[in-house]
Write a protein that binds this ligand. Sequence first.
Ligand code: GDP
Ligand code: CA
Length: 335
Amino acid sequence: MRIVVLAGGIGGARFLRGLKAAAPDADITVIGNTGDDIHLFGLKVCPDLDTVMYTLGGGINEEQGWGRADETFRVKEELAAYGVGPEWFGLGDRDFATHIVRTQMLGAGYPLSAVTEALCARWKPGVRLLPMSDDRVETHVAIDEDGERKAIHFQEYWVRMRASVPAHAVVPVGAEQAKPAPGVLEAIAGADVVLFPPSNPVVSIGTILAVPGIRAAIADAGVPVIGLSPIVGDAPVRGMADKVLAAVGVESTAAAVAKYYGGAERRPSKGGGGRRKGSPGLLDGWLVDSVDADAVAEVEAAGIRCRAVPLMMTDLDATAAMVRAALALAEEVRA
Ligand code: GDP
Ligand code: CA
């Protein structure tokens, strides 16, 4: 089975670990968010790609969910001694090596997709990891600071400010001009199922869908598209997704997020989908947590098949069970 997954960082990576366990023979392509990418100390940092790569490759800091295990921070300390920041972004010594290799290869003219493949040759994540685009896309957030509206990099909003002030807009700068990376549209067209893990719907999956061609390719693939809610009991399981959902006018509920992705139109079997205009809805199926069982009727009323199952990725078994529920829903949709 060929499975395509759109993934952010921690939520996506943990889900993928469960997917590999639940479907060991599947051919998995991950389309990773690069809207969180940032240049720091002259280096190109791709937090979400690295979180997926380290998590699946066995190098992740498990407690934190991002960064390397067994990490030290000498370089950061030395930079601080020179007064060179930012200090709010934690780059460890081992992690620095990844960014140095990446930046060196980009400087030599390799596209990000080729660089990611080269980095994965070491980590062997067991999936094909593709950046959503080789073109630069950077998510910016509009906030009010000192009585003034301004746009800041997503990482500054998320990491430095801990999303402590309202976000008025979230803009994936550069997305409109970006092209899907080589292999992205082909993987979607050749998929048997497309999964949206419980990643951030706005700044992770929403950013991937903002790259022209990706949303339409998913809508036209003619295969089940199944998502899992990152919102449980009306709050994000982890992090501040409610802040960026509010910026796009979406309530922090499992049902509202499903409607934000939109229900897929009924369409003929694989390959038969026609071109459509506008911004097509995508979901055939949606999983909410058992505590949100009340939301099932609302989601189904929007034309999306919905089931309530445990959605907490507490360990590999629990995560694999979530994946099996998603794949079972895909088969139900297909039937
Ligand atoms: P990021 O790029 O590191 O922020 O990670 P993602 O965008 O991939 O995922 C972030 C989302 O994962 C957050 O909105 C969390 O609510 C969600 N999340 C984290 N752990 C869990 C979990 O155990 N269950 C569910 N359902 N969602 C989770
Ligand atoms: Ca991210």
